[in-house]
Design a protein around this ligand. Structure first.
Ligand SMILES: [Mg+2]
Length: 191
């Protein structure tokens, strides 16, 4: 066998060894995809970090252009608070955004599908959030309707909702915000 031929034979042997492993890894990933499990805390936090990273640069941009009564809107469950992973605890990357907003004259508003404003405000304050307003859903409203109505009312109060941060599609229905930042809900599994 020539040197070139033996090299090809060696490569073929190598491919024979490595290819099944590669296709096995592919098959495992393909099989894992349809399994709808909520990921572990570290994965969720990494996904949240990624979603939230562009918020402060966006707010800086908007503040630089001069916005009337600037505000951010935060969803509560699995956005401001780690409801699924640690009930009542602040979601660190979102809390950082809220604190930055407060320090820069941006109002921090909460819009939630919850129906009790007083208990929501208490939980948020206990978790360390600055709270300028909490708007809750009325009985009989869908989540999307209630949240859109809240943003409309807050806009009516003179706020410019520059950033709307939530983890469900219902957090973004109906307008009344400049830019949405969506955290994961893993196919609707996080409320
Ligand atoms: Mg939520």
């Amino acid at each position: 066998m020539s040197v070139a031929k033996s090299r090809i034979a060696a490569l073929a042997a190598l491919a024979a060894v490595t290819l099944p492993a590669a296709s096995l890894a592919g098959a495992t990933a393909a099989q894992a995809a349809p399994v709808r499990a909520v990921p572990g805390y570290q994965t969720w936090q990494a996904d949240v970090e990624q979603a939230v990273a562009p918020v402060i640069p966006w707010l800086q941009n908007r503040l630089g252009k001069g916005v009337e009564k600037p505000a951010i809107v935060l969803d509560i469950d699995n956005t401001a608070l780690e409801t699924y992973y640690h009930a009542g605890r602040a979601n660190g990357p979102v809390l950082n955004v809220a604190r930055w907003a407060e320090e820069h004259g941006v109002a921090v508003l909460f819009v939630t599908a919850r129906t009790s404003s007083a208990s929501a405000r208490q939980q948020l304050e206990d978790a360390g959030y600055p709270v300028d307003a909490v708007c809750t859903r009325d009985h009989g409203e869908s989540k999307g309707e209630g949240k859109a109505r809240c943003r409309e009312e807050l806009t009516g109060d003179g706020y410019t909702i520059t950033a709307n941060i939530g983890n469900r599609s219902t957090d973004f229905e109906g307008g009344y915000f400049e830019k949405g930042f969506k955290l994961p809900d893993y196919n609707g599994q996080l409320s």
